[in-house]
Write a protein that binds this ligand. Structure first.
Ligand SMILES: Cc1cc2nc3c(=O)[nH]c(=O)nc-3n(C[C@H](O)[C@H](O)[C@H](O)COP(=O)(O)OP(=O)(O)OC[C@H]3O[C@@H](n4cnc5c(N)ncnc54)[C@H](O)[C@@H]3O)c2cc1C
Ligand code: FES
Length: 489
């Protein structure tokens, strides 16, 4: 892959890269832009190797691009374990691949300013679910705050270029990144607060009083926030699933959503010839977006006998001549330093490879799009009870229809409460925001009306064949919540 992979012309997006900056990578000066992450600036400069595996010293790259997987950790200005995919690049920054052993910062004594806050509603995660929670609860009169560890507000909406279906109230007809802008504008108008580059790192509540510690990064400085909150809504989203196969560690094997971030948020071309593993909506949508960014899509493969996502997205790709091979999987990624090919293989009805059906593909990019898992690490620390719900993608916090978990005053919404999609994430956020206002007696009548309206809209949306399994999963979750609460009595 050549140097300077920045996309100069795109059919939908204009990239506002900001001022040019110079930074060092392994002692060599490179150029980036102030609105880019370190990872994006490195990738755009042709750097693909971000680290070495601990056991075998294999070259490794980044994967998720949204701060969830830790494969992009580097040493930045002498501080180890910095997630370079969510840290903006700055003038004069020193970036280096870190040692495979554990290590300490250059400065043993990092000064951290501490600040305390008290809010009625703390929202962890500012995607569609978190934004809607804050818009609703702020309008109903509560004092609220969103914290989000990404430098760009809006969660996964910021990288979505397709137009949404569904209801006008959930912004149908707008593209994902336009929805994020509209919601942020709504938030600004109603006086909600949103802190970017602020990670919730631990729950320290006691005796029914909730407290989270968060770290805020600002131009290389760190601040510790101690946030006491009457209510907490965790809207921390989801992370992409990984897939085991020989060579899966190689730079060039990325999460499909990670590639979406690189292309659509930062305007950097991820490679030249791609294979996509998985035909759910994320795989299909990213396939089309790769074509828009000038990447050749050699094939999409799927172990199931049918496409997993919406037919409308699949048809678009087929019309453009992209092969979708059903009942196929990846056997191996090839390459020494980076991906330079892949072997795929047909599978039988039990998903077992059929020897002798191998096909060699000439590619430099493998996108893994095999589903998402709810991000529950931060809510688990608070001690909310969890259950495994296959229809919702993984282990999730048990919650009721008002999105309250097994701990009073702690709520969940969006993908973090079970994998679905953005419109239902907004509705769940609205329900959580209204339920809190009702409980705290803030505009109770109006809060109740908003909540009931959102319930009815949500159940209509979940009637679609695509979301039927989600409805079944949410029902099981409510039953479990009832069980837990009756046990407590
Ligand atoms: C990788 C990926 C790609 C997707 N692509 C598509 C697509 O192309 N089309 C489509 O229709 N849907 C797509 N979806 C689904 C859709 O975007 C989601 O259903 C929707 O965004 C869920 O909204 P949310 O608010 O629950 O979570 P998100 O939008 O994921 O927002 C969660 C936010 O929480 C923040 N966060 C997490 N942990 C912490 C913490 N400890 N401290 C502070 N902040 C934290 C994250 O930074 C993030 O901004 C995708 C989802 C993912 C995960
Ligand atoms: S945490 Fe940066 S790539 Fe996953």
């Amino acid at each position: 892959m050549g140097k300077n992979q920045r996309i100069r012309r795109h059919p939908i997006l204009d990239f506002e890269r900001g001022k040019r900056v110079r930074f060092q990578f392994e002692g060599q000066w490179l150029e980036g832009y102030e609105n880019e992450s370190i990872a994006a600036a490195l990738f755009a400069s042709g750097v693909k190797i971000f680290g070495r595996s601990k056991r075998f010293n294999h070259p490794t790259g980044w994967f998720c691009g949204i701060g969830k997987c830790s494969s992009c950790l580097m040493r930045v200005n002498g501080i180890p374990n910095v997630r370079t995919c969510i840290t903006p690049v700055r003038e004069g920054m020193r970036v280096a691949i870190q040692d495979r052993k554990g290590m300490l910062p250059d400065e043993p004594d990092i000064k951290v300013a501490k600040k305390e806050e008290h809010v009625q509603v703390l929202i962890i995660g500012g995607g569609p679910a978190g934004l809607e929670t804050e818009i609703t609860s702020t309008r109903l009169g509560l004092n609220t705050l969103i914290i989000d560890e990404n430098p760009i507000p809006g969660g996964q909406l910021t990288k979505q270029t397709h137009k949404f279906f569904g209801s006008k109230k959930e912004y149908a007809g707008l593209r994902g990144f336009e929805i994020a802008r509209t919601m942020l504008e709504e938030l600004r108008k109603c006086g909600g607060r949103y802190l970017t580059e602020t990670s919730a790192i631990g729950y320290y509540g006691k005796d029914g009083k909730h407290k989270f510690l968060a770290v805020q990064k600002r131009e290389g400085d760190y601040h510790l926030l101690e946030i006491k909150a009457d209510n907490i809504v965790v809207t921390s989203g989801a992370s992409e699933n990984y897939l085991p196969f020989p060579g899966n560690y190689l730079p060039g094997v990325y999460g499909a959503g990670g590639v979406q971030t690189l292309m659509n948020v930062y305007g950097v071309k991820p490679g030249n010839k791609a294979l996509i593993v998985g035909t759910g909506n994320v795989g299909l949508i990213v396939g089309y977006q790769l074509l828009q960014a000038g990447v050749e899509v050699k094939a999409l493969i799927e172990t199931m006998p049918c496409v997993g996502g919406y037919l409308v997205h699949a048809s678009k790709l087929v019309r453009l001549g992209v092969p979708i091979l059903l009942r196929h999987t990846i056997k191996e990624a090839k390459g020494e330093q980076y991906v330079d090919g892949a072997t795929i293989i047909a599978v039988d009805e039990n998903k077992q490879p059929i020897e002798g059906t191998e096909l060699e593909l000439d590619i430099d990019l493998i996108l893994i799009a095999v589903g998402l898992s709810a991000s529950t690490r931060i809510i688990s620390q608070a001690g909310c009870e969890k259950m495994f719900v296959s229809e919702l993608g993984d282990w999730i916090s048990i919650h009721n229809a008002s999105m309250e978990t097994t701990i009073d005053g702690i709520y969940v919404a969006g993908d973090g409460s079970g994998i679905a999609e953005a419109s239902t994430a907004m509705l769940e956020g609205r329900i959580a925001g209204a339920a809190i206002a009702e409980k705290e007696s803030y505009n109770s009548e109006e809060a109740k009306r908003i909540k009931e309206e959102a319930f009815s809209e949500l159940s209509k949306l979940r009637e679609s064949s695509f979301l039927k399994a989600v409805t079944a999963g949410k029902r099981r979750c409510q039953q479990k919540w009832d069980e837990v609460k009756s046990r407590e009595k």
